[in-house]
Design a protein around this ligand. Structure first.
Ligand code: ROI
Length: 169
């Protein structure tokens, strides 16, 4: 795949079960191996308080940049495959704890809505554990609707979000 067909994408990573830091590092290694793709910048790992039900452990979150020639649905399939390889079981409980969650946040400037996929990710603009890691690796980013990441971060409190280390060490 030639470079001009590649899209700049951002993937949100989250885990709060079964050694979350190791889960995220393993997932980042798997992203680096995806076909027709190259891994770009990866944010720090962040500890974050659970959004949704509070009777679950804190999360570890990060965001990774990926340049890819995969289509959005091919990329979604690949992300779900990584989740499954790392023991993700989809439970009936909404917003419950998880070993690994990989969300396609942005796919170039695309705005997509189909049964399996909404891009930009529906929670992006409200989630501090997505916005601040995104700002760390793409400070000048604008969403397809023109809002800047800097502006969104000003509107969303950190809720205790804390960088806890590098994804590479
Ligand atoms: N809360 C935090 N802090 N981080 C997540 O990645 C996360 N993922 C989820 C829900 C349950 C909404 N809460 C989260 O899916």
């Amino acid at each position: 795949m030639s470079a001009q067909n590649q899209q700049r994408c951002f993937i949100g990573l989250g885990a709060n079960l079964s050694e979350p830091v190791a889960q995220l590092k393993r997932a980042i290694a798997a992203l680096a191996e995806l076909p027709a793709s190259s891994l770009g910048k990866v944010s720090s790992l962040y500890a974050s308080r659970p959004m949704g039900p509070q009777d679950q452990p804190d999360y570890v979150n990060a965001v990774a940049e990926l340049h890819t020639g995969l289509t959005p649905l091919q990329l979604l399939d690949a992300l779900q495959q990584i989740e499954q390889q790392q023991g993700r079981v989809r439970k009936a409980e909404r917003w419950g704890p998880r070993t690994l969650d990989l969300d396609l946040l942005l796919y170039g400037n695309a705005q997509l809505h189909c049964e399996r996929l909404t891009v930009p990710h529906y929670g992006l603009a409200e989630r501090e554990f997505v916005l601040y890691p995104l700002q760390e690796i793409a400070a000048d980013l604008q969403l397809p609707d023109g809002r800047s990441i800097a502006q969104l971060c000003l509107q969303v409190p950190r809720r205790g979000l804390t960088a806890i280390g590098s994804a590479h060490s």
